[in-house]
Write a protein that binds this ligand. Structure first.
Ligand code: TA6
Length: 280
């Protein structure tokens, strides 16, 4: 484990050897790189803004306690724009895996938006061809419950989005935005993307695969009942200032979430959810 070189004081790098590593930015605990044998798996926009205020466009931003629009408050909640703390050093496990933990607790800023005490621990476990990211949320209050939504808004890098497909969604219903009144049923065996796409699926199976001509990446979800597929495509990409016009075809967001039925955490309760990404 090391801090990133040069003038980047916010990025922590976990290195496992053989070109396998991951980097996490303390701003938002945003995972900004995951390399397997030297090959980058995450997409981060060439125009991503690292000003410690804006959400980072790419990698794995964490949406919490809200996914999507949130009155006049920050879109997708505050977790992705708060500074997280690294908890002690990273552990090197006997099997070569590396584990690191980041923590976010309520502060004046979070309470100004959402009046609850909370503690959130984000655990990264870097394996040989696998990256597990686990979120544990605790409610330290003695008498108040809170409800929350949580999404890992992962941007997977692909060579050509037109040539990739996502499995595990066939036959399921989806919305195209949070307040859609009508659902659509996915009739294809796998989702292919050839235009703008926002699909919010509830109660999805625990495994999806992103299949490209080069490789297959599995997403194994635990306690994330919902899945989102997103790509803005050409026209909308032009309206996103921190995304280059031609970059839309280099990523697909497949997002593991819990938002259709927001979780309620009783006093003293802890909620855990994880995703394991695995390259074949
Ligand atoms: O998860 C899909 C989505 O909510 C889209 O509707 C789009 O807004 C995207 O996330 C990115 O949001 P952002 O705030 O990062 O621009």
């Amino acid at each position: 484990i090391r801090m990133a070189p040069a003038n980047d004081k916010n990025t922590i790098v976990l290195e496992r050897g053989n070109g396998t590593s991951c980097s996490v930015n303390l701003h938002g605990a945003t995972l900004t790189s995951w390399k397997v044998n030297g090959k980058e798996q995450m997409f981060v926009s060439s125009k991503a803004v690292f000003d410690e205020k804006s959400p980072i466009r790419g990698g794995i931003p964490i949406a919490f306690p809200k996914f999507g629009p949130w009155d006049d408050k920050p879109l997708h909640g505050f977790a992705r724009v708060c500074r997280w703390k690294m908890e002690s050093g990273a552990d090197h496990l006997a099997n070569g895996d590396i584990k690191a933990r980041l923590v976010l607790e309520d502060n004046d800023y979070t309470r100004s938006l959402w009046g609850h005490k909370f503690r959130m621990v984000y655990t990264l476990l870097l394996g040989e061809q696998q990256l597990k990211t686990k979120v544990a949320i605790t409610n330290p209050s003695k008498d108040e419950s809170f409800a929350f939504e949580l999404v890992l808004h992962t941007y997977f890098q692909v060579k050509d989005i037109r040539k990739c497909k996502v499995t595990g969604l066939n036959g399921l219903q989806y919305l195209t935005k949070r307040d859609d009144t009508e659902t659509t049923t996915d009739k294809e065996s796998s989702v292919r993307i050839d235009g703008p796409i926002t699909r919010l699926y509830a109660d999805t199976p625990p495994i999806h695969e992103i299949v490209t001509p080069e490789q297959t990446t599995s997403i194994i979800k635990c306690n994330f009942p919902d899945t989102v597929i997103w790509n803005p495509w050409e026209e909308v990409a032009k309206t996103i200032p921190d995304l280059s016009d031609e970059e839309y075809n280099q990523f697909i967001c497949v997002e593991a979430g819990s938002f259709f039925d927001p979780m309620t955490l009783p006093p003293g309760g802890t909620f855990e959810a994880s995703q394991s990404l695995c390259v074949k």
